[in-house]
Design a protein around this ligand. Structure first.
Ligand code: TAP
Length: 462
């Protein structure tokens, strides 16, 4: 099923976080494997860009159909490898198919412009860049890859994808599915290798035109630095520390019942986690009571059980990091349940009250730990929400529409929802302000980020 491990070669074990058992063994890849994949992608590029647009669109539709048909199998693999509830995994694989359909529809709409000039005709073309390198994280493995793959392939680029080594299995399956669906050999190449070796080589490779990266701000910073050597184009989707701002005039009960899913979804391993829950002082008691009820009722357990809403963390090391945010003297106000081992379990935990200066409010925890930060009035809400190096997502809960829109405009963030925790839709742009990243994914403009603008002047005067 997966790449064969030859006798005597070094291997990497892929672990199932809910059981701590080895799910798969993969050969350890090196820089030479990246070089080979880039060479294949480079060789495949001229023929791929020459494929007629309608045919390229049809191929991407076929791939979407293949993913949809295999949803159950891919979702089970994702749920086991990433430790996410099976219902969520099915939703993510559904979004992979949706993403390919959306950008298949864009293939024939990627147009240039004509510009009035003297003495001739000036026109622009959206040219594919060539080989795109993609580096993706472990928390939403295949769906985040799809956000990059679909627009890049639709815009006629070829790709080398390096998935996270903690969760490479669905990307490996996806490459096979793409070939079965008719994508020409070499157009999509998956290299399941480590970031420090294979990721680094991809970023440095002179034949890679662009790196599309999703991951931590720290690694993203290193990628931007390394990419500068070859003036590579880079888009970065990085960390977050988003605010969930609840005003006293909101439907406080509704906001409180929704809040856990805005932090603890995917066990809190979500760049969009609204882990700073800011509550206007008069509403704090009502909010905490409803929040307690909801958190204590959350079913934490086996990802393959349909009733599970939260699975384990990704690894033992990550669980240790998350635990460091809940020292013995932490103001733990609510603690949900979690199974005993084996498995990298951590209970959903709410700290309250927390100051915005505390470590739990400043650093991305990337686990099921939320901080409740009381505030007074709109001005303080804006100041606190913006007092962070990040700016990825966020929510505002209020019944006052004008206030909601003032807040939405004032908060420095790429994505904001009013009376909702929704962050991501295939048809709307997604990405961050400040140290949450550079560029946007999804939405109608994403294909353009995988093109270069070419300006052509045609002299028409005799
Ligand atoms: P990282 O540790 O940054 O890893 C992300 C990817 O980068 C992995 O594939 C990793 O490879 C690779 N990598 C590591 N070092 C590298 C290097 N020197 N050169 C090139 N590639 C390298 O992030 P993570 O722990 O997987 O994911 C969690 C982070 O991603 C969080 O900060 C989260 O907020 C962020 N995230 C952001 C978003 C968006 S859309 N903004 C979405 C999801 C996650 P290996 O792991 O295989 O070694």
């Amino acid at each position: 099923m997966f790449p064969a491990v030859s006798a005597g070669s070094a291997t990497i074990e892929v672990i199932e976080p809910a059981t701590e058992r080895v799910l798969e063994q993969l050969p350890e890849l090196g820089a030479e494997d990246v070089d080979a994949a880039v060479a294949k992608a480079k060789a495949a590029f001229p023929a791929w860009r020459a494929v007629a647009p309608a045919e390229r669109a049809a191929l991407l539709h076929r791939l979407a159909d293949a993913v949809a048909e295999r949803n159950g199998e891919l979702a089970t693999l994702e749920a086991r490898n990433a430790g996410k509830p099976i219902g969520n995994a099915r939703g993510e694989i559904g979004m992979v198919a949706e993403c390919f359909r959306y950008y298949a529809g864009g293939v024939e709409r990627l147009t240039g412009k004509t510009i009035p000039v003297a003495g001739g005709v000036d026109m622009t073309f959206r040219e594919p860049m060539g080989v795109i390198g993609m580096i993706t994280p472990w928390n939403f493995p295949l769906v985040i890859a799809a956000w990059k793959l679909a627009p890049a392939l639709a815009a006629a680029n070829t790709v080398v994808l390096k998935p996270a080594m903690l969760t490479p299995l669905t990307a490996i399956e996806f490459e096979k599915l793409a070939l079965e669906a008719g994508l020409p050999e070499g157009v999509l190449n998956v290299v399941p290798g480590s970031g420090s070796v294979c990721g680094q080589r991809l970023v440095e490779h002179p034949d890679v035109a662009k790196i599309a990266f999703t991951g931590s701000t720290e690694v993203g910073r290193g990628i931007a630095e390394a990419a500068a050597a070859t003036i590579k184009r880079v888009t970065l989707e990085l960390g977050g520390k988003s605010a969930n701002v609840v005003f006293a005039d909101a439907d406080v009960e509704k906001a409180a019942r929704a809040a856990p899913y805005a932090v603890f979804d995917n066990s809190g391993q979500d760049c969009c986690a609204r882990s700073r829950i800011m509550v206007e002082k008069p509403a704090v008691d009502e909010f905490l009571a409803a929040l307690r009820d909801e958190v204590e009722g959350m079913k934490v357990g086996d990802p393959l059980d349909e009733s599970t809403v939260m699975g384990p963390l990704i690894s033992a090391g990550h669980r240790e990091e998350v635990a460091s945010f809940v020292p013995d003297d932490a103001p733990v106000a609510i603690r949900g349940s979690a199974p005993e081992g084996p498995g990298f379990w951590f209970p959903p935990t709410v700290l309250s009250p927390v100051s915005n200066d505390d470590r739990a409010a400043r650093e991305e925890i990337f686990g099921p730990v939320a901080a409740v930060i009381p505030f007074e009035g709109e001005a303080e809400a804006v100041a606190l929400a913006n007092d962070t190096i990040y700016g990825l997502s966020g929510s505002v809960w209020t019944r006052d529409g004008a206030k909601a829109l003032r807040m939405a405009r004032a908060i420095d963030t790429g994505v904001l929802s009013i009376n909702s925790n929704s962050s991501v839709r295939v048809s709307t742009p997604f990405g961050g302000f400040k140290q949450s990243g550079i560029g946007r994914e999804l939405g109608p403009d994403a294909m353009e980020h995988y093109t270069e603008v070419k300006n052509v002047y045609y002299a028409t005067e005799e």
